[in-house]
Design a protein around this ligand. Sequence first.
Ligand code: NFS
Length: 662
Amino acid sequence: MEGKASIDPAVACMLEYCEAEGISTSLLRAEDMKPCPIGSGKSGICCKVCAMGPCRLTKPDQVGLCGATADVIMARNLARSIAAGAAAHSDHGRDLAFTLLAVAKGETPDYRIRDTQKLMSVAQLLGIHTDGRQINQIAEEVANRALSAFGQQRGEIPYISRAPRKRQEIWRKLGIVPRGIDREVVETLHRTHMGNDQDAEHIMRHALRTALADGWGGSMLGTDISDILFGTPTPILARSNLGALSKDEVNIVVHGHEPTLSEMILTAVTMPEMIEYAKSKGARGINLTGICCTANELLMRQGIATIGNFLSQELALMTGSIEAMVVDIQCIMEALAPLANRFHTHLITTSPKAKIKGAKHIEFDEHHALDIAKEIVRMAIDNYPNRRQTNIPNVLDNMVAGFSHEYINYMQGGLFRGSFRPLNDAIIAGRIRGAAGVVGCNNARICQDQAHTSVVRELIKNDVLVVMTGCGAIACSKFGLLLPEMMEHAGKGLREVCEAIGIPPVLHMGSCVDNTRILTVLTQMANEGGLGEDIADLPGVGIAPEWMSEKALSIGTYFVASGVYTIFGVTSPVASNPEFAELISKGWEAQVGGKLEFEPDPAKIVEKALAHIDAKRTALGLVEYDPDRFGQSGDRNIEEWLETPVEARPGGARSLAEIEAD
Ligand code: NFS
């Protein structure tokens, strides 16, 4: 990577340490190992679906040994990535459904249903009868219905009915309604096997169906069941960055994606016997923090601090302050194992699906969750006396997280009058120009957090309300962008809305699985009225400025399939084939209303996003956006009024404080 590795001062500080100690990290390896120009799709395409290859196509009209053309190879590669991403998210959702089933059947005493209201609303969405039934019976049926959505072979997955009616019709007409979550993933692998589906457009159409099985299937079930088991998030104040590690407490870091074990570890670290045990080993207590999306899960519901996003994971270990890093699934770098061994940290893998050589493996089983969590916590405490010198950067910021779609609804009118009317009205009036979901990973090929923060700052300055998830949300949390004070940097109209409702202009909506909360928000906006009848009509965009994972590709594709213009930063896997790029951009737009584009320059991403929002405003017949039209009300006006000498105020009006001071 050329230029700065990160804008995060904590990371910069740790990189200096790495350099002094000669320790390699992904950020440093990115300088030595350049991405393969053919495998990346930049100057060609590589096919490795059979053993006659890999065939590398770099010249115009070149074909593979079997005659495969560049567009078919590109479609196969991209569709397989989308299927892998959909599989990862959905398998996560499946495990949560199994946990809910175990809770409902009374097999796991350590968990309970924390949000019965959510259980009822999910039951209703799944068409499950609730009247006069016990909570456990309803939960069991919800879990079984969710599990059957994975193995279903025919028909439609249940949450399709949650989308706006017009959207459902588009999907049905195109034949891309997922029949079953697993079925679509398997079919992608089948279609892309050697000698099978060899029409790029046809392959990519099935990729849309596979991604929909993630967004409106596995991921959406994952979010809903997490809320049922652990509570639906509401706004909560929390800390962010490596400075949240403690100098004199046992540091346990949870990393990965599932809330199941990490919630139990939280229970364990708050038990008086555990705190006493930590004290007996010379620590002041126990400090639980998180990385990546496990962090987001705990943060959104419990206010547990996040110490960083994807590219911070190795650097966190180098603080020498972590007694145990407990990982479950996804986005866990193999590099952690040798690094942990250099320090005193126990790297503990817990999922039967993810072992790392060199790490300790304590397998998680929800039936004995608290016992396993306690064993892990005890192991961390026992490790505290082995701690040597620590090197914790003194960098810390605050954030407000926890904006579930239920809360966004509630904050616009309270329990009885909650709706999306105020938000839609603010967009119709031009106070808010539009909305953007800025999501996704870090990527070691570009400066960490820079694209996320610059895109978000520009959008709010232009009166675009931003919702965030995943590592993007963590990036912004490290720079205070998720605080209500950020409304100071928002455009005048957006600022007025933030003041009136009391929210930041950038809303943290959770983990990557929780991107489905954004789908629900978009649906509610479309159903509310005044902004068309479908998600594709809304003045909104999806952006993944620093993406790297296959999960991000699946998310991007289900947003496109849902009607959203989606822009990915960093690099384009379709750069060498403009016709293919056109197929998933204008081609998809003609079919589903959303398009997928890749644009590495963050300034151009914003430009494209704003142009799209304005075009959608025009198509809806809304007033033209005018940045100076608003800003004459709210706190800013009161401040200006107070600064005006009393004689110059209309009618010589005085504030209560001024009257009392006389
Ligand atoms: Ni999303 Fe969350 Fe982060 Fe990217 Fe990985 S942690 S699921 S994939 S890197 S945002």
